[in-house]
Design a protein around this ligand. Structure first.
Ligand code: ZN
Length: 188
């Protein structure tokens, strides 16, 4: 069984429209509580183009674009760093061949690249899955910095500086985001 209803919970920024909460409630016979999900929507043809509702605030969409752009660039940079890390690990294990999975696992743990148990490592490595695909994000592990291919080192250093710069820019851009409190008022 599930119930749905909607109620107006406040006014939009321009005052002509409203904020509506759509509620879905499901009853489960085997648990005491019902599951309730709420979806709060800004219903104003003017304001919904300019604002979005985030928790108890309206956020001006246009003022967020700069932060969004910076985040996209940061993500692209981090992806490139991760690709460099993958190349580094691949190159290393091509040159140094370890006699067993256990020896491989010990080396990876020593390098700070892998933290799981030997058993998990063995299971995941079966089927000759490439080593980098078993590691989580490892671009900032010191071992990568030390063993990175000379051809990629300059690029890696540049990206790290760029990310630092972007983070500072992101903080500044974050201060320029325009917010307006959303005052929830029942039966408005
Ligand atoms: Zn409005």
């Amino acid at each position: 069984m599930s119930d749905r209803w909607s109620e107006v919970v406040g006014r939009c920024p321009c005052g002509k429209g409203s904020v509506v909460e759509h509620v879905t409630e499901s009853d489960h016979p085997w648990i005491m509580n019902h599951l309730r999900s709420r979806n709060t929507v800004l219903e104003c043809s003017i304001c919904s183009k300019e604002w979005h509702l985030s928790g108890s605030e309206f956020v001006q969409i246009a003022s967020e674009r700069e932060v969004e752009r910076i985040r996209q660039e940061k993500m692209a940079m981090e992806l490139e760093l991760q690709n460099i890390a993958t190349d580094t690990v691949n190159a290393f294990f091509e040159i140094h061949s370890y006699p067993s999975m256990k020896a491989e696992w010990e080396a990876l743990r020593k390098f700070g690249l892998y933290h799981g148990s030997l058993r998990t490592y063995r299971n995941r490595r079966r089927g000759r899955r490439p080593i980098p695909s078993l590691l989580s994000a490892c671009w900032n592990i010191p071992w990568i910095a030390k063993n990175c291919l000379p051809a990629q080192r300059t690029r890696r250093d540049w990206i790290l500086k760029r990310i630092e710069h972007l983070s500072a820019e992101e903080r500044e851009a974050g201060k320029l985001i325009v917010r307006q409190p959303f005052l929830r008022s029942l039966n408005s």
